[in-house]
Design a protein around this ligand. Structure first.
Ligand SMILES: Nc1ncnc2c1ncn2[C@@H]1O[C@H](COP(=O)(O)OP(=O)(O)OP(=O)(O)O)[C@@H](O)[C@H]1O
Length: 323
């Protein structure tokens, strides 16, 4: 298990009587991207804060190792191997991009020349050279976020924590950020990210854990998680009630929506299954006005696993691990 960059078992944290983390296990192999997914207030930031030594693990937590160091016994060593980009920017708007970078270099006690070299190199890498001498308050949201990550990388950490790295960014900036994260991983960095965006986890993460009610409700690759939820179907829409009724009679077992004149047929979306539906329609001489194929996406997984009603009904839901 030495190749785990982050390993935590039975991580707990409570505030007063409120249990935020109720014993979660996390194992992130070095050089991979792990996404912790959860709705607002699920405890994602709390997990990041604990793993990055900003707050202590709650009583009863199992051992936690980050970068091979024990979190409680050697917090300084952990800090030396990680970088953290929090939800709220660490960028100081009153000073320039370069000055923000040099400030980080000072915090990392880099010799002056090395600090300047690292700052220049990172500003270049994050496409901030032109803006480098302008006050950071003039930067766009995407530029500030890039500067934030560049600052995180000053000490060349091998593990980085990104708490909701693209929240509030426009689609182009979000894609740029994804490219940056992929670039980091290609360079061997381990990334622990939290996100509310399923697409983001789908795009970036090797493994995804869904946090709900203080527990990991499910964990696996995006494909494995998608397999947890049924929901693949073919949707046929009709404009003529007669055609709709005829199709419903031909496709017995299809779910009906009489208002929208649409039929839903459970399907994995394969060519063979689609052809079977079309053959039955052809045989009955019916043509649908619209046909769409819906395969389950992470949204379906998220909604299936993080229904607030579950928490009231099943306070200790079992963890689903898919391999
Ligand atoms: N210092 C604190 N004192 C009391 N309660 C806290 C404290 N920090 C966090 N909490 C509570 O713990 C819960 C989890 O918060 P956390 O910020 O970890 O969630 P999150 O998943 O990161 O949510 P978001 O997506 O909204 O940032 C919330 O209900 C929050 O109110």
């Amino acid at each position: 298990m030495t190749d785990l960059a982050i390993a935590a078992s039975g991580l707990r944290k409570s505030y007063g009587t409120k249990t935020v983390l109720d014993g979660i296990d996390i194992a992130v192999p070095a050089g991979t991207v792990f996404a912790l997914l959860g709705p607002n207030g699920a405890g994602k930031t709390t997990a990041v804060n604990i793993l990055s030594t900003l707050i202590s693990p709650g009583a009863g937590s199992g051992p936690v190792r980050v970068g091979g160091h024990d979190l409680v016994a050697a917090p300084q060593a952990v800090r030396g191997s990680i970088g953290v980009t929090g939800q709220f920017s660490a960028v100081d708007g009153l000073i320039t991009g370069t000055e923000n970078m040099l400030l980080m270099a000072d915090l990392h006690r880099l010799p002056k020349a090395e600090g300047r070299r690292a700052a220049a190199e990172l500003l270049e890498r994050f496409d901030l050279v032109e803006a480098a001498d302008k006050p950071a308050s003039t930067y766009s949201g995407g530029m500030k976020r890039r500067l934030d990550i560049a600052m995180t990388l000053v000490g060349d950490p091998r593990i980085i924590f990104l708490d909701e790295p693209t929240t509030g960014l426009d689609p182009r900036s979000r894609h740029t950020m994804w490219q940056i994260i992929r670039g980091l991983v290609a360079g061997g960095v381990t990334v622990f990210l939290t996100t509310q965006y399923l697409e983001e986890a789908d795009q970036l993460a090797d493994r995804i854990a869904v946090l709900h009610g203080g527990r990991i409700a499910a964990e696996g690759t995006a494909a494995e998680l998608k397999r947890l939820v049924p929901g693949g179907h073919v949707l046929l829409r009709f404009s003529e009630p007669q055609a709709y009724e005829a199709a419903a009679a031909a496709l017995r077992g299809a779910g009906r929506d009489d208002e929208s004149l649409s039929l839903q047929i459970a399907s994995g979306g394969s060519q063979r299954e689609l052809r079977a539906v079309l053959d039955e329609l052809d045989a009955a001489g019916i043509e649908a006005d619209e046909l769409t194929v819906h395969t389950p996406d992470l949204d379906d997984v998220f909604f299936a696993l993080t229904d607030p009603a579950d928490l009231a009904a099943v306070p200790h839901q079992t963890k689903e691990t898919v391999r």
